[in-house]
Design a protein around this ligand. Structure first.
Ligand code: C2O
Ligand code: CU
Length: 493
């Protein structure tokens, strides 16, 4: 027998015990993180909210009758608690490490200035803490915080260190999109378990760990009771190696159309209708879906990417189920979607390519332009002057792997994709911070390298590739280096 997943995983023991409770357990919603206190920052004339997160171990009973899985998460849960923040309200978050391994925290989607960006070597060891400062000056968007420790990111994220960080702003609030209980964060994650019920470790993997148990918000194959109305769903793929192609299907396998409304960097220019959604590691895509036609029925969220076919095993073609009730208790956000959502701040257009980066496996190592992150003298591959608009070409060097490439600090616009898929319709209306390079694809992205100077990472977000050093850095150089007067002024991206 040959299974797609077997080839993907690269070894023979990729199968978890069969999970028998598909769509029988309720979707968990991570609790909202409460601040400890606020204080006035007289330098910025703003209030700062102060939070504390404790990294600690916990157990999760995934399989009835087998051993629990041992996990380590933010505040001892996974996903971690959800931060719900308002634009222009700064935050300091103290991460206290009561786990065993070194950690580093990256707020993915924030233009956090170094040294608050989760630089992989800036680790916080056991029984230490670090305070991270988050400016929260970007427009409303779905961010996530996750571990970024050098050579342990895959393990740390997989064992639980990932959570949502949702930024709101008044412009988005005015649109009256589905909110409150009608706004659901959904973190997808694929994991693998040992025959005794414990979690299979990614520590020895060098290529990928796809995982055959599909979790949403930490629960394998959950269900969620919904009302027959519109919902906003915030998808995040927090898997370490698995990408998805999602569809919503009714009991007759008919696909429900939905509107894609937001990406990694917040709202699109306008809602884009689709009946499928491609999402790879670290990407966020948000949709509005209307369950009003499905009173008393079930709608299944399915996956058609890299599916394992044999019924004796866990089927990765299913994700979760929506159990649609008969009554609507509120009409908040249930009207027609606005025709346009916002003026997305796309960078000004220009021609040419400023830099080229090739992501490929060479001599058994994962590299960017022939360099690994371990090559400390050569890993700074670009020095954009602060504020510069640059076009970067990201090329998949081949070999059969896809690479979701993430550039820290900036939001980019995808201007072309060749060698496979085109730029997707919803990608065209979006700013992004991760883009998937399919197995033979080349993508060009344009961005303004702002607002801060400093050294930041860019890397493949297949966390096994990242941990094996498919990661490099760029140094946003201060204007003084280029003959301009030095200034600490914020350059709005
Ligand atoms: Cu989501 Cu450098 O990471
Ligand atoms: Cu990769």
């Amino acid at each position: 027998l040959f299974f797609a997943g077997q080839a993907l995983a690269g070894d023979n023991d990729w199968l978890s015990p069969v999970y028998k409770e598909i769509f029988q357990n309720e979707l968990p919603i991570p609790p909202t993180k409460e601040k400890k206190y606020s204080y006035y920052n007289s330098t910025t004339n703003r209030y700062i909210d102060y939070y504390e997160i404790e990294i600690k171990s916990f157990e999760q009973q995934v399989y009835k009758g087998l051993k629990p899985a041992q996990l380590v998460g933010y505040d001892g849960i996974s996903p971690g608690p959800t931060f719900r923040m308002e634009k222009d309200r700064e935050a300091i978050v103290r991460f206290v490490n009561h786990g065993e391994k070194d950690i580093s925290v990256h707020l993915h989607g924030s233009y956090s200035r170094a040294p608050f960006d989760g630089w992989a070597e800036d680790v916080t060891s056991k029984n230490q803490y670090k305070d991270y400062y988050y400016p929260n000056r970007q427009a409303a968007r779905t961010l996530w915080y996750h571990d970024h420790a050098i050579h342990h990111t895959a393990e740390n994220a997989y064992y639980g260190m990932a959570g949502f960080y949702i930024l709101h702003d008044p412009d988005e609030d005015k649109l009256d999109l589905p909110a409150g209980e009608y706004d659901l964060p959904l973190a997808l994650a694929a994991k693998q378990y040992n025959s005794d019920g414990t979690l299979f470790s990614p520590a020895d993997e060098t290529v990928s760990l796809y995982g055959d148990i599909i979790h949403v918000n930490g629960q394998p194959w959950p269900y969620k009771k919904v009302e027959p109305r519109k919902y906003r769903l915030r998808f995040l793929d927090s898997s370490i190696s698995r990408a998805f192609k999602l569809t919503f299907e009714d009991s007759k396998a008919k696909k429900l159309p939905f509107n894609v409304i937001a990406s990694d960097a917040g709202l699109l220019t306008k809602p884009v209708q689709s009946d499928n959604l491609e999402i790879s590691m670290a990407e966020r895509w948000e949709v509005v879906i209307d369950f009003s036609q499905y009173k008393g029925q079930n709608v299944t969220l399915k996956n058609s990417r890299d599916v394992q076919a044999d019924e004796d095993y866990n089927s990765t073609d299913k994700v979760m189920q929506f159990v649609v009730g008969n009554t609507v208790s509120s009409d908040q956000g249930n009207g027609n979607l606005p025709g346009s959502l916002r003026n997305v701040p796309f960078p000004p257009t220009k021609s040419g390519v400023d830099r080229k980066f090739k992501f490929e496996r060479q001599g058994g190592e994962w590299k960017v332009n022939g360099v690994t992150f371990a090559d400390v003298n050569n890993r700074i591959l670009a020095k954009p002057p602060r504020g510069a608009i640059e076009i970067w070409e990201l090329e998949n060097g081949g070999g059969g792997w896809s690479h979701p490439v993430h550039i820290h600090l900036i939001d980019f616009q995808i201007i072309s994709r060749t060698g496979g898929r085109p730029v997707l319709n919803y990608e065209k209306e979006a700013l992004k911070d991760v883009v998937l390079l399919g197995t033979s694809e080349t993508v060009r992205v344009i961005a303004r390298y702002a607002p801060w100077d400093g050294v930041y990472m860019f890397h493949c977000h297949n966390l096994i590739h990242e941990d094996h050093d498919m990661m490099a850095a760029f140094n946003v150089t201060s204007l003084a280096d280029f003959g301009y007067p030095e200034t600490t002024k914020f350059i709005d991206p």
